[in-house]
Ligand binder design. Structure first.
Ligand SMILES: *Cc1c(COP(=O)(O)O)cnc(C)c1O
Length: 222
């Protein structure tokens, strides 16, 4: 694929997000498009930075450590989001590298992040991932265990800004997005990280503040 292609698609996706937001009587500026750059090379990513895009998502700490220090040097206001599962022993690295972590999902990770944030003296924006479909193979806290995980985060000095989900594949996602929105509302958490290439417009109409888009921008992953 041509490396200029993602920059053109970016504009189209931003337009679709704005349309969906206005349909739901929401301010389009309240939705952040996270360009999911996992597996993509620096040459594929740079045209988006050149086009002014600043929010990127990676799913592995190590891959991001290899790629982003050099890319970031060109634009210090880039915000890097960790959207993949995080091992507790990488919590300190993640706190150092990322501006937001979307995958806080269990007590041991809350404890590790509490320590890492205290040591670093700064905190990324944190989202708790909820396993909205209660799928055994997926990360995320079960909806019924969310309140106690939020209490634990608060006890460890962590501020949680919102919730994140990955709904079950191949079924209508809207009910799962609505569940996440209700859980966020009940917990007083204003941010919702939900919606990917195939369903971001639905997610925006249901209240997504962050959509995570890879394939629709860059093409299929190898
Ligand atoms: C890869 C990934 C995405 C992007 O998925 P696409 O379908 O390529 O848009 C979004 N969220 C998470 C957690 C991911 O791992």
């Amino acid at each position: 694929m041509q490396h200029e292609e993602p920059a053109r698609r970016l504009a189209e996706i931003q337009h679709a997000i704005s349309r969906a937001a206005r349909t739901a009587r929401r301010d389009p500026a309240s939705v952040t498009l996270i360009a999911v750059s996992k597996t993509r090379t620096a040459d594929e990513i740079r045209p988006l930075i050149d086009a002014g895009h600043r929010a990127f998502g990676e799913n592995r700490v190590q891959e991001a450590e290899g790629k982003w220090p050099a890319l970031r040097a060109a634009a210090p206001d880039i915000r890097l989001h960790l959207i993949g599962s995080l091992q507790s022993n990488k919590a300190a690295d993640a706190v150092r590298l990322f501006d937001a972590i979307h995958s806080v999902d269990r007590p041991s990770l809350v404890d590790a992040l509490g320590k890492a944030v205290a040591d670093a003296g700064t905190a990324p924006e944190l989202f708790v991932q909820v396993n909205v479909g209660e799928e055994p193979q997926k990360g995320g806290v079960a909806p019924r265990d969310l309140p106690s995980l939020l209490d634990r985060a608060s006890d460890r000095g962590l501020t949680i800004g919102g919730l994140m989900c990955l709904p079950p594949a191949d079924v209508e996602p809207a009910p799962y997005f609505a569940l996440l929105a209700k859980l966020g509302h009940d917990a007083g958490l204003p941010r919702l990280s939900m919606g990917m290439s195939g369903d971001f417009e639905t997610a925006v109409t249901i209240g997504a503040t962050h959509v995570r888009i890879g394939t629709a921008l860059f093409g299929e992953r190898a």
